[in-house]
Design a protein around this ligand. Structure first.
Ligand SMILES: [Zn+2]
Length: 255
């Protein structure tokens, strides 16, 4: 959301039928506006708007909050995940690309953050499942040539090709643009891809090295295939990795 005039604001929405759209909420900042309390970040709303453009934007006529996800205003970790995923989606899909499955993904991801909170493994699970929804999922479980499992402790994974080859199929040839991933982590991640709830990312035990490798792998893969800036992701990971947990607004240096 951003201000448009002194009393109006522009709101960017993800809709199931018309994809990502911007609307003008006239008078939304007036004290008695009908929009007050009905629209805010991470809300799911019923929106009625005129398709005809004014100042280059459709005008919102009515808005009713259906799911306010109030927990996202109290849990700063969950808020960091929700903010990042919304910004990721805003940059990953073109305007007006109509996709019910992407809408469903964001709806479920925001619900999950509001109910269960946020963490780095959950953020990575959500990223991998967005890639899957976009048809860009990495091939994790098996060698892309022979279909066999990993035959060495570390697999050279090609970020550009989204897959890997076992040592027999490589037969001494190098894999360009590859990063090494532990076979044990590959196995865990391929299990993650096959389940439709991020609960698995909360219950999987990951060592510090595995968490670091997971964050790096998902980040490199996203940056390559969605061609997006790494800065919002780095900010979200920074917030989620604070130990002991310390809200940003209680950090004296940031006041
Ligand atoms: Zn092979």
């Amino acid at each position: 959301m951003h201000p448009f005039t002194e009393t109006s604001r522009v709101v960017t929405w993800l809709t199931p039928a018309n994809g990502r759209i911007n609307t003008l909420l006239k008078g939304a900042l007036r004290p008695k506006s009908a929009f007050l309390g009905q629209v805010d970040l991470f809300y799911t709303c019923e929106l009625l708007y005129y398709a005809k453009l004014t100042d280059g934007l459709p005008i919102a006529r009515e808005c009713t909050a259906l799911n306010a996800r109030t927990a996202l205003r109290e849990d700063w970790r969950a808020c960091a995940v929700a903010s990042y995923l919304c910004s990721l989606l805003a940059r990953a899909i073109p305007e007006k690309a109509s996709r019910q499955d992407i809408f469903d993904w964001l709806n479920a991801a925001l619900d999950d953050a509001a109910i269960h909170g946020g963490s780095i493994p959950v953020l990575c699970w959500q990223e991998l499942h967005l890639l899957k929804t976009l048809g860009l999922a990495p091939r994790l479980a098996t060698c892309r040539e022979c279909g066999g499992g990993p035959d060495e402790p570390n697999v050279p994974f090609s970020i550009a090709e989204g897959s890997w080859r076992c040592s027999r199929c490589r037969a001494g040839t190098a894999t360009p643009n590859a990063i090494g991933i532990a076979a044990s982590l590959l196995e865990k991640l391929s299990g993650w891809m096959s389940v439709s709830s991020p609960m698995v990312a909360r219950t999987t035990r990951l060592s510090f090295e595995q968490r670091t490798a997971l964050g790096r792998f998902a980040g490199l893969f996203l940056a390559h295939h969605l061609d997006i800036s790494p800065a919002p992701r780095a900010a979200a990971l920074d917030i989620l990795s604070r130990r002991p947990p310390r809200p940003v607004d209680q950090n004296v240096a940031l006041r």
